[in-house]
Design a protein around this ligand. Structure first.
Ligand code: AHR
Length: 500
């Protein structure tokens, strides 16, 4: 099979906001307890932070981590999670029907972000709580001192303000499962008032208002329109969430789900810009795709979990090689929408639908999906080029015409290097690529990395952590002047780094 693409130096989509490579830690399952925090583990530091897990997170270079939920945040009393640990209450978490001991909380998370080399994206409870708890939380975190809440933080040992820039105004408030679920109008009005209070404290803080929980919600996209009618001028970003699965074992259809993600983003662009036009506003709302991933493997197991324990093994998807290809396609799609998607969080980071898995008391390892995320985070920072693709396609059940080649290219404006990310969706045929790199003479192939496994269902486990790993291939990519030729094997994720 043959495919072509054309890029030109003059045609660019946008500079990538580094926060597109964000992730998410929720008080859910073993993300915190047994994941990032496990006092007594041989790899734990004196605060209980697992150093083996930190090492893998640093490898991914995650610029921002959303916290503490998720559904969890809608019943979260942030005051329970600060100050002397011995005095903190245990609470029932109604979202995940677990016990939350609060031995790791906001104060610990902020210390942990320093170790992980990341920044917090803090979610506010707009389920059971409102403006008062929100303004107190922001004051606790960000005010230098001389007020009740900021002095309380100082008395807890944090002399300097946490300086959290990015805040989520609740989580999935359109979902009937949410504790404190609201109608779009109720939520939009509340979000507006909370946003106004936060901006009175510090207008430079960036606020994410909740969009729909996914594009199959019956209230999508009216939810977005109504919410924004209420708070357009007070917020900065609108959230998108979506998870993808292969429940009926239809691989060609599963591999096409990034087309669904692209359609979703385009629909939200249209909805936001409709409200912009209606309001005669000069401001454009951009997006925080703050929950995205593959999620379906653990659904049955989760139904059998005993409620009301600490750190139950919930949402522990063991990812296959085909899931890694899908995550690659989704990452390419986020990059192709870099003009509007400014923040994105792979949900989640450790144990819970995550690229990193651990055993309590045991090892930590990289799941298959770790690798496309690693490559995108490492080489996808720069300016996304507008890649015009001409590829043969197939019909997928849900998404219609689907090109075999999913691809994008990112230019590093400082070095002039270009990285091509590409997935060949064909299970049987190699793709022969011929690409024109218009206005980019003098590049050479520095590296071609491929992720492939003969078995689409292959997984990495504690016992076999390196079953699915990328490898450097040679002789499959070549540059001649402004022409790049490459071969992408059937079912493969490819990263071609072109340098001067
Ligand atoms: O990431 C898991 C859950 O998925 C989150 O708590 C919720 O926001 C979403 O429904």
């Amino acid at each position: 099979m043959k495919a072509k693409f054309l890029v030109d130096k003059e045609f660019r989509i946008a500079k990538v906001d580094d926060r597109v490579f964000g992730s998410f830690i929720e008080h859910l399952g073993r993300a915190v307890y047994g994941g990032i925090y496990e006092p007594g583990h041989p790899e734990a530091d004196k605060r209980g932070f697992r150093k083996d897990v930190l090492k893998l997170i640093k490898e991914l270079d995650v610029p921002v981590v959303r916290y503490p939920g998720g559904n969890y945040v809608s019943g979260f009393n942030w005051e329970d999670s600060v100050g002397p640990v011995a005095q903190r209450p245990s609470r029932l978490d109604l979202a995940w029907r677990a016990v939350e001991p609060n031995t790791f909380g906001l104060d610990e998370f902020m210390k942990w972000t320093k170790e992980a080399g990341t920044e917090a994206m803090m979610a506010i409870n707009l389920g059971t709580r409102g403006i008062d708890a929100a303004r107190n939380l922001v004051e606790y975190c960000n005010h230098p001192g001389g007020s009740y809440w900021s002095d309380l933080r100082k008395s807890h040992g944090a002399a300097d303000p946490y300086g959290i820039k990015l805040w989520c105004l609740g989580n999935e408030m359109d979902g009937p499962w949410q504790v404190g679920h609201k109608t779009a109008d109720e939520y939009g009005k509340l979000a507006n008032e909370v946003a106004k209070a936060i901006k009175l404290f510090d207008p430079s803080l960036e606020l994410v208002v909740c969009g729909s929980s996914n594009n199959q919600m019956p209230t999508f996209p009216d939810w977005e329109a109504t919410v924004l009618e209420n708070c357009y001028e007070s917020v900065d970003y609108l959230s998108l969430h979506n998870y993808y699965g292969n429940r009926d074992g239809d691989l060609p259809n599963f591999l096409a789900c990034s087309i669904g993600m692209d359609d979703f983003i385009k629909s939200v662009v249209a909805t936001c810009d409709f409200v912009k036009a209606k309001k005669r506003s000069r401001k454009t709302i951009n997006f925080s795709f703050d929950e995205w991933n593959v999620w379906f493997h653990s659904n049955d197991a989760d139904r059998k979990i005993e409620p009301w324990t600490v750190g139950p093994a919930l949402l522990e998807d063991v990812y296959t090689f085909e899931d890694a290809l899908v995550v690659g396609c989704l990452l390419i799609t986020l990059l192709k929408n870099a003009d509007r998607v400014k923040v994105a969080c792979l949900a989640q980071l450790v144990n819970v639908i995550a690229p990193i898995m651990t055993e309590n008391g045991g090892s930590a390892w990289r799941q298959t999906i770790f690798y496309p995320f690693l490559h995108a985070s490492k080489y996808g920072r720069g300016t996304v080029l507008d890649v015009k693709v001409d590829s043969p396609s197939y019909e997928s059940k849900q998404y219609g015409a689907t090109p075999f080649l999913e691809t994008t290219a990112v230019l590093d404006p400082e070095t002039g290097a270009i990285t091509v990310f590409a997935v060949n969706r064909s299970p049987t045929e190699a793709l022969e690529l011929e690409a024109v790199l218009g206005g980019f003479p003098g590049l050479k192939v520095a590296e071609h990395v491929e992720l492939h496994h003969a078995d689409p269902k292959a997984v990495n486990t504690a016992r076999k952590p390196n079953e699915v790993v990328p490898r450097t291939v040679s002789g499959k990519a070549k540059v001649d002047g402004e022409k790049l030729t490459a071969t992408f094997g059937p079912l493969s994720w490819n990263v071609i780094r072109l340098t001067k």
